[in-house]
Design a protein around this ligand. Sequence first.
Ligand SMILES: Cc1cc2nc3c(=O)[nH]c(=O)nc-3n(C[C@H](O)[C@H](O)[C@H](O)COP(=O)(O)OP(=O)(O)OC[C@H]3O[C@@H](n4cnc5c(N)ncnc54)[C@H](O)[C@@H]3O)c2cc1C
Length: 396
Amino acid sequence: MTAITEDDIRARTRALIDEVGASASQVEFRSAQWDAGLAMVQYPEGKGGLGAPPKLQGIVQEELRSAGVTWESMMINPIGIGMGLPTVLTYGTDEMHEKYLKRIFTGEDIWCQMFSEPTHGSDVAGLASRAVRDGDEWIVNGQKVWTSLAHNSAYGMLLVRTNPDVPKHKGLSYFVLDMASPGVEIRPLYQITGDAEFNEVFFTDVRVPHENLLGEVGDGWRVATTTLMNERVALGGSTAPRGSGTISILADLWAKRGPELPDGQRRIMEDRVTRLWIEAEVMRLTTIRARANATTGNPGPEGSVGKLASAELNQKIWNTAMDLLGADGFLHESGYPLDRARPSAFSTSKGFLRSQANTIEGGTSDIMRNILGERVLGLPGDVRVDKDVAWKDIPT
Ligand SMILES: Cc1cc2nc3c(=O)[nH]c(=O)nc-3n(C[C@H](O)[C@H](O)[C@H](O)COP(=O)(O)OP(=O)(O)OC[C@H]3O[C@@H](n4cnc5c(N)ncnc54)[C@H](O)[C@@H]3O)c2cc1C
């Protein structure tokens, strides 16, 4: 088979746009994009891809953006596309691929991730929600927390304990949960932004078919690691065009507010804004370079670099934007629904408040530093006294 080139991908994307039309609906366009193998070019043929190098996906996105296709952002289904797709593709059966993959990509089925629990966020391997086998089904009881988009989701990635008698990492299993199952209760949690972007999810005798298992029984930690590695790349791997995203909001604000500042203050702010612009550009170029070198398959621990750096940069940008606003930054409108697909619709104060979560969601910055220290730099590991103890014997 001859290798697929940049020109092939460009030609195929243009043909797709000509055939479907840039103004087609989200589901219509993305469905055709999936069938054309231009959803995730690195995926196998017939499963949204062409078996091409992952870096060629950038060409597709570039062509879609320049043709004005508004459905190219993964924010239409961020958890499904960023984490659900690669996890199901890696561990799911052909039947699961058929049932779930395309509908995740089109946004017809929104997905959520149910890992964190009230006592287990960073230490997710210690989680306590239980699943007990009953014939061809598992009965799930327990509670999850901070579950983003659970209230909109058709399916959830569910990590539960199936064996309490072995060490914590070895007794977990991973299921696809139909969120409409009887016994699933979703309660909103309100953030400082005023939105209820995430939820508490309670399970009372929820029955999950055994066929919904991803990977093997007891292999949940390995499957979860794939989800988490992809989450970090999804959160930290944006390659939006130069000068777009949060830094563009700061630049616009600087253009409006900068000239009004007293001379001394203006020079200081100019310095801060310029440095952040450079940092954002370096971050963008580094991400493009990382993507160009990426091979087919799931990302490894090095994906935590982008997550760590982008979370901290984003907070610095919003902090500077708030400083530019001065006392006006205290004002913010009420009833502002979160629109993740259009970050430019954020007010500055809302963006600032939302950015506080960046260094927590998807693993805190402390945890990213631990991963990078241990698994990339080979430094001595964190202290883990419960690693070889049966989960049921770990004091809680
Ligand atoms: C906006 C948002 C959306 C989220 N969405 C989801 C979701 O959809 N699904 C989901 O499952 N979870 C979700 N989460 C939860 C998120 O993954 C956890 O909040 C995060 O992993 C931290 O866990 P925790 O809140 O329990 O904090 P803890 O783990 O209790 O940590 C408290 C503090 O201790 C530090 N710490 C903990 N362990 C260590 C260590 N070993 N070394 C050094 N420092 C340490 C942490 O860095 C932190 O500062 C979301 C969180 C947010 C903020």
